[in-house]
Design a protein around this ligand. Structure first.
Ligand code: ATP
Length: 290
């Protein structure tokens, strides 16, 4: 079984509070993008993981793909195993949900391979125990996500946007950015309704001020190049340029693939970690379905 696990962008990210147990309450608009890890799963007596590419991604119990497999096995009581091979293409520590996407795809794929018969909702409920972005990455589509990631509102959207993603050298730790956010003066929040209606009507260019990621000022303090790359994207004609998740990647939204490709030609020599992609509906694609 071969499955593609797609990355995501945050159109907006607001922090609305904190639960007693320390988890942050979020309000986000997210969408999958056409950058994917490739995961191969074969029936096996043991559960094992190998990782190819992506630098120093651990293949042990720190890996969200393996943790997802173990969680599903524990919760359903199956004794089967699987040989999982993960080929990393999504940039790491980028705010693109790379690890979460792998976890979402492994939960979904093993639910088929092991015939455990969990519904989408049941998989999402397991997924949130692995990370705030996992339920969304199981479901896909344009979605507003609230709470700690468990409250999902899917929004039908037929539009695909042309994006250019840039990542400065070095990533950022999500936990560290959330910790540092508490010591920063509150930044500008996004207006979720206005941002959503701009996305749906294709008028992002005229409504850039409705979009925001409240973690951006914190991440820029750790990595000033984030600000430089956002300005460079605007200089190259982006309708909107913003950081995704807790960074360090930023994305520019362009009016079409031509202008985006011209921007990529200008910026890729300056920023080698540069990817052209589009927003899309699917967050997980089984190869036989492709
Ligand atoms: P998010 O948007 O969910 O915060 P991110 O891009 O900030 O994602 P990831 O790249 O998904 O973060 O992962 C960050 C860390 O998690 C890495 O440094 C890595 O060591 C660890 N990790 C665990 N499992 C995975 C995985 N399957 N893929 C990538 N990183 C993983």
């Amino acid at each position: 079984m071969v499955v593609e696990a797609f990355a995501k962008i945050n159109w907006i990210l607001n922090i609305t509070g904190r639960r007693g147990d320390g988890y942050h309450l979020l309000d986000m608009l997210m969408q999958p993008v056409s950058l994917a890890d490739r995961i191969t799963l074969l029936p096996s007596e043991e559960l094992s993981l190998t990782v190819a590419g992506g630098g120093n991604i651990p293949a042990d119990d720190r890996n969200l793909a393996l943790r997802a497999a173990k969680l599903l096995r524990k919760e359903t009581g199956v004794s089967a195993g699987a040989a999982i091979r993960l080929e990393k293409h999504i940039p790491s520590q980028a705010g693109m949900g790379g690890g979460s996407s792998d976890a979402a795809a492994v939960l979904t794929a093993l639910n088929r391979l092991w015939s455990t018969g969990l519904s989408g909702e049941e998989l999402e409920a397991l997924g949130v125990r692995l990370g705030a972005d996992v339920p969304f990455l199981i479901r896909g589509g344009l979605a507003r996500t609230r709470g700690i990631g468990e409250q999902l509102e899917s929004i039908p959207s037929g539009r695909a946007y042309s994006l250019l993603v840039l990542q400065p050298e070095g990533g950022l730790s999500t936990a560290e950015i959330f910790r540092a956010w508490h010591d920063m003066p509150a930044g500008r929040s996004a207006d979720p309704e206005a941002a959503l209606s701009a996305i749906l009507s294709g008028s992002v260019a005229g409504h850039a001020s409705a979009f925001a990621n409240v973690l951006e000022p914190v991440s820029r303090r750790f990595c000033p190049e984030i600000g430089t790359l956002i300005r460079a994207l605007y200089d190259c004609g982006a309708d909107l340029a913003q950081m995704t998740g807790s960074g360090s990647a930023v994305f520019g939204v362009f009016s079409g693939a031509d202008v985006r490709n011209r921007a990529a030609a200008v910026l890729s020599p300056r920023c080698p970690k540069c990817w052209c992609c589009e927003t899309q509906e699917e967050s997980i694609r089984f190869q036989e379905d492709a």
